[in-house]
Ligand binder design. Structure first.
Ligand code: 4AD
Ligand code: MG
Length: 475
């Protein structure tokens, strides 16, 4: 019977016959095959007595070869592994030219592996990252299902701009060379959907409609942003989780966000022990090469536990603004962007200061100036702030953005006017406020940002299988 390496490593070795199928990591001394099948970060050592096999077969075993191995499971005499397989049968599926195979049994740079993203999952590091990504995704569904949320699928092609930021990818079937014109403008009435459409930047507006019927819902799908941000935190295509809850106010929303993040991180601390240990060791080795003052003080698992065990700091925008202003005044920290006017957008240097230096833990900032946030956020009684919240994480910055939604039609219409959002296009969104409106709230978690944090990686391009970023849609 074919078993996964993960399963074999749990067995009591007593000469039983086992079969494994996978890819050769390394073949040493014409004798030791180190095999991995993707089920675990650990390889299994398969010992070949080369005299009992055809030379042709032995020659075909190189790094990258796909192979099925049958043999007896025994206690290993060598160091480095508890069990090994004494090989009795070998079947080669696909050979791999050892000189040309990009994934050599040595450490490669992340840049090099990004150029070989079609093969990088065969490295121990990417295997570990992608298993953790998969487990996090499972934990997310598990959490919401246990909390009685319904999973809804919102459209990917849409005609509304949920965030009002205008950074959207156009979807069209018109011929760019000969578009139909009407009075010198492109006539989108002749386009596939008889109107302008785009890839969605967020499923929130549609999720709101479903929350006002199903009560508690969440989406988990791809979102697209055509912003030209070439940073280690931005993707043009990323996955977002957007819960939306009827009868939740901002505080309920923040409580849920904190409980949710802690639940999913706790889940992988328990379920991904080997992968986390592996990544921790790999990152630790990298830290050692850095100058002392730039090193991460906390190890990966310790950092995850710290987040799970400590209450997130909650602070209003106004309070955070005071902290930053005082800190700049007392010359504690020199910011590139001045902290002068209340209402300014915090830059990432400000957020990082608050999270990494001032509070030294995840921070939730709430009640933002009304002009700096989206049209749908609920106006507070002070009429200058909105019931918005951002969750900021050490080393990452914003990981969650959310708010209580404006459920009062008149005020929503005012805000749509202010922000230049089309009331005609969003007639249905307004109508939700005319028929049984209720206070409701929700937020969006950037999936890759939490994977980034959970794996301790530093570039978001390394936590999604095939990253899309400006000037890059390879593979
Ligand atoms: O703050 P954002 O833009 O909020 C929304 O889209 C709301 N509609 C969410 C809601 O209330 N339902 O995005 C939410 C999160 C951010 O906090 C960030 O983690 C992630 O999505 N995000 C990105 N992740 C990777 N690449 C990008 N370009 C991202 N833009 C946002
Ligand atoms: Mg945001």
């Amino acid at each position: 019977m074919t078993l996964l390496i993960k399963e074999i490593l749990k067995l009591q070795p007593k000469n039983q016959l086992v079969t494994v199928k996978g890819w050769v990591k390394n073949f040493r001394a014409n004798k030791f095959v180190s095999l991995n099948d993707g089920s675990t970060v650990q390889n299994i050592q398969c010992v070949i007595d080369f005299e009992s096999f055809d030379e042709f077969i032995i020659k075909k075993i190189t790094s990258g070869t796909s192979i099925s191995i049958k043999g007896k499971l025994v206690n290993s005499l060598g160091s480095g592994q508890d069990v090994e397989i004494l090989v009795t049968n070998i079947k080669i599926y696909g050979e791999s030219n050892a000189d040309k195979y990009p994934i050599q049994p040595k450490k490669h740079s992340f840049e090099f592996l990004r150029e070989n993203a079609h093969l990088r999952v065969r490295t121990s590091t990417f295997g570990a990252i992608m298993r953790i990504r998969s487990k996090l995704s499972y934990a997310i569904h598990k959490f919401f299902q246990e909390e009685n949320f319904q999973y809804v699928n919102t459209p990917i092609i849409t005609s509304n701009d949920a965030e009002g930021a205008g950074e959207m990818f156009r979807v069209t079937t018109l011929d760019p060379k000969f578009p139909p014109l009407e009075q010198n403008n492109v006539d989108f009435k002749k386009d596939f959907f008889s109107k302008k459409t785009h890839l969605t930047v967020s499923g929130q507006l549609e999720a709101e409609s479903y929350a006002l019927g199903l009560g508690k819902v969440y989406t988990f799908g791809p979102t697209f942003r055509a912003e030209n941000s070439n940073t280690t935190r931005h993707l043009s295509e990323f996955w977002m989780i957007e819960p939306e809850m009827a009868f939740f106010d901002l505080e309920d929303n923040i409580n849920l966000a904190e409980k949710f993040i802690k639940y999913i991180l706790n889940f992988i601390i328990e379920e991904c022990v080997d992968d986390l240990n592996f990544l921790e060791q790999r990152l630790f080795n990298e830290e050692k090469n850095k100058p002392k003052n730039e090193r991460n003080e906390m190890k990966l698992i310790e950092k995850l536990k710290f987040v799970v065990d400590n209450k997130f700091e909650r602070v209003s925008y106004s309070k955070a603004f005071e902290i930053l202003k005082n800190c700049a005044k007392n010359k504690k920290k020199k910011f590139e962007f001045l902290v002068n006017d209340w209402g300014m957008d915090f830059q990432s240097e400000h957020e990082r200061y608050l999270v990494e230096k001032h509070f030294n833990k995840p921070v939730v900032i709430f009640d933002y100036p009304s002009q700096s946030k989206a049209f749908y956020m609920r106006l507070n009684d002070d009429e200058t702030t909105v019931a918005a919240m951002d969750v900021l994480f050490p080393g990452i910055g914003e990981i969650i953005g959310g708010s209580q939604r404006e459920e009062r039609l008149k005020i929503l219409e005012n805000r749509m006017n202010q922000f230049g959002v089309s009331k005609k296009d969003l007639w249905w969104y307004k109508e939700l406020r005319s028929f049984g409106t209720v206070p409701h709230s929700g937020f969006g978690l950037g999936f890759e940002r939490i994977v980034l944090f959970a794996t301790g990686m530093s570039n978001i391009r390394d936590v999604i299988p095939f990253p899309r970023t400006p000037n890059n849609a390879l593979f």
